[in-house]
Design a protein. Structure first.
Length: 750
């Protein structure tokens, strides 16, 4: 088999010859040989069949290291692609990079492969440009997943064409190949449709925005909006093509439609009027499945599809409240006419009908995992976000799936302590969590796993007002996901990856890219031993021996306690810690409060397991003396989807108690509800329990997320606490018809 030969220029490594440790994503195979190639000004970039890649390389080198190499037919730097036959999908992005005494070459089957190799080369150049001595090396590389995507929501907050292009540059740097552009939603319609001008004259502008935390329900009155003309869309798509990135537009249906309905209220199930939504979350307004609506959407797509040459269109399909359909005489008659079971069947009819139209135009659809409701459209690809079950179902039924669960792939979630990070929607998606993610669920066989097309990082922008904040939220987490998607991540080598990330911060600094330094925070892990002792383990992205801490609530200094080993916690108190180098504090201060009660450290059993994505620390999380942060429902919380919390605590011996407090959350926009009721029972033998208290949600005294329940004094060995899940989410609320989440932390008995 002949190879596609492409030589590139410029590489440089320090004398330490550690090139293989600096790439992100890590290549499949790296071999460093003896010797160096000194890059000099007389190098020439040869271009045989890769002219655009040669131009790209030339421009990047000039911008990044200030050298203006010529493109010619001879010289030490050569770019060439020789196509003997069309490669398979898995070969299309493969490449070989070689540096020896003869120069630099990249060999690939396609221009795309050449481009991926150029990115590897550029990383080395930017990382080691001090001497421009390039080590002799050989790299053989190819991605594991064909779909490696990043998403950007421009509806909640809008970003300019130049900012979107920057976003694409960042994707190219780390070998992403798909850009999911979220263009329509309740809070704004962002793409020009010439047949329906009010979509942008009305639908692209709202008369204010929600500000601060969602729970505060505060709004400003500033007109906000923007949209992309079709010429601007073409410009962005053309730019992405040069970076070998496919652009996938998302046109939401049947829900997330309020901006469109503000412009054309006749497309809804009521007469309106509507306004572009100021609020975050999910509006109950929804497209009505009338012929007029289908014609409107077909006309919209007729203008959208020619703008995006890639074969896929994302049609949303998520969070579509059915209350308007239930109230609509037309919809109820249509359900009967079509012999459908219910409104879920009507959603399936809606999606399937739109898919058939899109297929007739030579395109395919992607939808969020709610398109599974009522039955999956025949040729649809599922984007699994609510967890992994949607992807599992799709794969088992022979459909492609893109894995993007909230627990690891939502980059609008916190990446560090909520006390030191800018306000976010919630969650706890650290760099390590992203890196440890495996897109192929263990429930799938090897054959079924082939239907996992890839993975994607999502960035929703409710709390992201400008592009510098966009950068902060994606960096460095998109680096971790790039290595996961490339297929070379290894959770056991996370520390080594973390070191590479720190090296790449130098590149980001030179480019003026804003990024989070959350990995420098001191990370504390609380655990409970089998002997009922509570331990606090501190770690840092660098040397743990440089951690300083205090136990009296004062801020740590370089003269504070030196962290040497895991700390045992005996009582209520506060530990503050930080990372120091050369006497200077380099990290924010990490504050950990401990609140001890009679149940702290005691043996606990749960009848129902928490959801895997929200089970960090396991059952002992409920008795470790740490209250979950109400800004952050990932760390120190257990999450239960549709199931109750039934916990039995063993005090070892008879104990007196008359009060229960526990932490919970009320975040209905995120499908999280307060419990319906709480039942408390006691026992001396752990087998026969007597109920002593039952309270409904309305009767529980609640203050800042703490449920406080008092009862007659008991002297017992066991207490059983049954916290009832809300059940199904009601109509008119985000996630209506789905199981509610119940988040609980720290069962404090006194």
């Amino acid at each position: 088999m002949k190879k596609i030969l492409l030589s590139v220029v410029v590489l440089f490594l320090s004398s330490q010859i550690m090139a293989q440790n600096q790439f992100i994503p890590k290549p499949k195979e790296v071999k460093v040989n003896d010797g160096f190639l000194q890059l000099s000004n007389d190098f020439v970039i040869q271009s045989i069949d890769s002219n655009s890649e040669a131009d790209y390389l030339k421009n990047q080198l000039k911008k990044n290291i200030g050298k203006d190499f010529k493109i010619g037919k001879s010289g030490k730097i050569r770019l060439a692609v020789l196509r003997i036959k069309e490669p398979s999908d898995k070969m299309a992005e493969s490449y070989r990079l070689k540096i020896d005494k003869n120069g630099i070459s990249i060999t690939a089957y396609t221009n795309i492969g050449v481009f991926r190799g150029v990115q590897t080369l550029l990383q080395l150049i930017e990382e080691y440009q001090s001497d421009l001595k390039l080590p002799f090396l050989e790299i053989s590389d190819a991605p594991k997943f064909a779909y490696r995507g990043m998403h950007l929501d421009v509806c909640r907050h809008f970003f300019t064409v130049e900012e979107v292009k920057k976003y694409l540059d960042y994707l190219a740097m780390y070998k992403y190949n798909k850009f999911h552009w979220h263009l329509t939603d309740d809070q704004g319609w962002r793409i020009e449709i010439k047949k329906y001008p009010k979509l942008t004259s009305v639908g692209a502008w709202r008369n204010g925005s929600q500000v601060g935390a969602y729970s505060d329900m505060k709004f400003d009155d500033k007109k906000y909006g923007g949209f992309y003309t079709q010429e601007q869309i073409k410009d962005v798509v053309k730019y992405a093509e040069k970076l070998h990135i496919d652009v996938i537009p998302e046109i939401e249906m049947p829900g997330h439609a309020q901006a469109a309905l503000a412009a054309y209220p006749e497309l809804g199930c009521t007469k309106g009027p509507h306004e572009v939504w100021k609020q975050w979350g999910v509006s109950e307004e929804i497209f009505c499945p009338k012929e007029e609506t289908f014609k409107f959407l077909e006309n919209v797509l007729d203008e959208v599809m020619p703008l995006f040459p890639y074969q896929y269109i994302h049609i949303g399909g998520d969070e579509a409240p059915k209350i308007r359909w239930k109230q609509s005489e037309f919809c109820q008659n249509l359900i009967k006419k079509l012999n459908l079971k219910d409104e879920l069947g009507l959603q399936s009819y809606f999606i399937t009908r739109m898919e058939k139209y899109i297929n007739s135009k030579g395109k395919k659809i992607i939808g969020w995992d709610e398109i599974l409701e009522g039955g999956l459209a025949p040729n649809a690809t599922v984007m699994s976000w609510t967890g992994i079950q949607g992807g599992i179902h799709a794969a088992k039924t022979g459909h492609k799936a893109i894995m993007t669960p909230t627990s690891t792939n939502y980059f609008d979630y916190y990446q560090g302590s909520p006390d030191t990070e800018p306000i976010a929607i919630g969650g706890d998606v650290t760099l390590k969590k992203v890196y440890n993610y495996n897109p192929i669920p263990s429930e799938l066989s090897e054959e079924e796993g082939e239907f996992i097309w890839g993975t994607q990082g999502n960035l929703w922008t409710e709390y992201i007002l400008d592009f510098k904040h966009v950068e902060y939220m994606i960096f460095p987490r998109m680096m971790a996901l790039s290595e996961v998607a490339w297929g070379t991540s290894n959770p056991s080598e996370y520390k080594e990856f973390e070191n590479r990330v720190i090296q790449h911060f130098n590149i980001l600094d030179k480019k003026g890219i804003n990024y989070s330094k959350a990995i420098f925070e001191v990370n504390g892990n609380v655990s409970v031993s089998s002997h009922g002792k509570v331990f606090y383990d501190l770690s840092s992205a660098k040397d743990p021996k440089n951690i300083r801490y205090t136990t009296d609530g004062t801020e740590p200094t370089n003269a504070s306690n030196v962290y040497k080993d895991i700390l045992e916690i005996y009582k209520t108190g506060t530990i503050k810690s930080a990372y120091f180098e050369n006497g200077q504090r380099l990290s924010p201060i990490t504050t950990q409060n401990f609140n001890f009660s009679k149940s702290t450290g005691k043996f606990i059993e749960l009848e129902n397991s928490p959801a895997e994505a929200y089970s960090t620390g396991g059952k002992n999380t409920l008795v470790d003396g740490v209250l979950g942060n109400t800004k952050n429902y990932g760390k120190n919380w257990l999450g239960f989807n549709g199931t109750d919390v039934v916990a039995t605590i063993d005090f070892d011996d008879e104990a007196e108690f008359s009060n229960l407090k526990f932490n919970t959350l009320d975040r209905q926009g995120s499908w999280i509800y307060l419990p319906k009721s709480v039942t408390i029972s006691v026992s001396n033998d752990g087998k026969t329990f007597t109920e002593i208290k039952k309270v409904s949600q309305d009767d529980i005294i609640e203050s800042k997320g703490i449920m406080d329940i008092s009862f007659p004094k008991q002297k017992k060995t066991y207490i059983k606490i049954s916290i009832q899940n809300y059940g199904l989410i009601p109509d008119g609320q985000a996630g209506a018809g789905n199981k509610a989440w119940l988040f609980v932390d720290e069962l404090s008995v006194n």
